[in-house]
Design a protein around this ligand. Structure first.
Ligand code: AVJ
Length: 307
């Protein structure tokens, strides 16, 4: 059995059945996520883009010349392009992703758009330490870039661990530029994860289709419903697939029972206060040097240096 399959089965054997959010992103899932970012209710992408456009000059000044930009994730987003267009004489751009196809495809696109840029993709699971490439030009500073509030997917301990990996990869003189979604009026958050067109519901259910297609599963997609609820005390959206009946399903030859009303947890999306995030960054060895927010203070981009 593959490590992935063992991990899937372990998650489904927990009292709280769980499937990792990484299984959202097959080709269809990635397209659905693109659609989510274009929804009127999904404020995160608009707010982060607004921040990048408004403050990229300040970011570039703090980062300085001849940095190496290390993106955690495959880096096909508009936000990355805004940075690449505005940073001074980058030594290298290093996108890091576990999915080789996706990574190499987006690296190829970036190369064709920025012909003088030294693009050095690294295939790795970025939640664990990995070796950095040696670019032709020696970087003055490593800047880890982690946009999109993907940090929100991780529970506290895992988020801390990831920040520590970033701290290690940044090295001496290094920094972190990270997108962090903020706590706000719960109705705004609720709407972002329960959009009126049902795209988020489709995105969530597509995880089961992905497992059916590629992981030898037999989920009945009509027998599950999308649910997303903001838990204000925990500061996180809990995203689940709720079974509509007592039923069984199989994944990789292992059978599971699920009761009517029982949920499979597919994702957390944590929202932070500035103070909470700063405490977390500090504990991982970073000091938050600068916080930029959009006009409505929905979202933040934060520049952290090693303390
Ligand atoms: C990609 C993790 C930032 O949490 O908002 C969007 C994923 N899930 N709608 C988020 C997501 C449902 C997204 N992140």
């Amino acid at each position: 059995m593959t490590e992935e399959m063992a991990e899937l089965i372990e998650g489904l054997n927990q009292p709280q059945k769980t499937i990792s959010p990484k299984y959202f992103y097959d080709e269809n899932g990635s397209q659905l996520f693109e659609k989510i970012t274009e929804l009127p209710e999904y404020y995160l992408t608009d707010a982060e883009l607004e921040i990048m456009r408004e403050y990229v000059d300040e970011m570039a000044r703090l980062i300085g010349r001849q940095a190496s930009l290390i993106e955690f994730g495959s880096g096909s987003s508009l936000k990355t392009r805004i940075l690449l267009e505005n940073l001074d004489n980058l030594a290298a751009y290093v996108p890091v992703d576990i999915s080789e196809d996706h990574l190499l495809e987006s690296a190829r696109k970036i190369r064709s758009e920025f012909d003088l840029l030294d693009v050095r993709p690294v295939v790795a699971d970025f939640t664990k330490p990995f070796a950095l490439p040696n670019p032709t030009v020696t970087p003055i500073r490593n800047v880890v870039y982690f946009p999109g509030s993907t940090i929100g997917n991780f529970e506290h301990e895992e988020a801390m661990e990831l920040l520590r990996v970033m701290h290690t990869e940044a090295g001496e003189n290094g920094a972190l530029l990270i997108g962090v979604d903020l706590q706000k009026d719960p109705d705004i958050i609720d709407a972002a994860y329960n959009d009126s067109q049902g795209v988020t519901a489709e995105f969530n259910l597509n995880m089961l289709r992905h497992l059916n297609n590629e992981f030898d599963a037999d989920f009945d997609l009509d027998a599950f419903e999308h649910r997303a609820e903001y838990d204000e005390d925990e500061g996180r959206v809990v995203i689940e697939l709720v079974s509509q009946e007592d039923q069984t399903f199989e994944v990789g030859g292992t059978g599971f029972d699920i009761a009517e009303g029982e949920a499979i947890l597919t994702e957390y999306s944590h929202k932070y206060t500035l103070e909470q995030f700063s405490d977390m960054a500090e504990a991982a060895g970073f000091s938050v040097l600068k916080v930029w927010t959009d006009a409505e203070q929905l979202f933040s981009v934060q520049y952290c240096v090693r303390s």
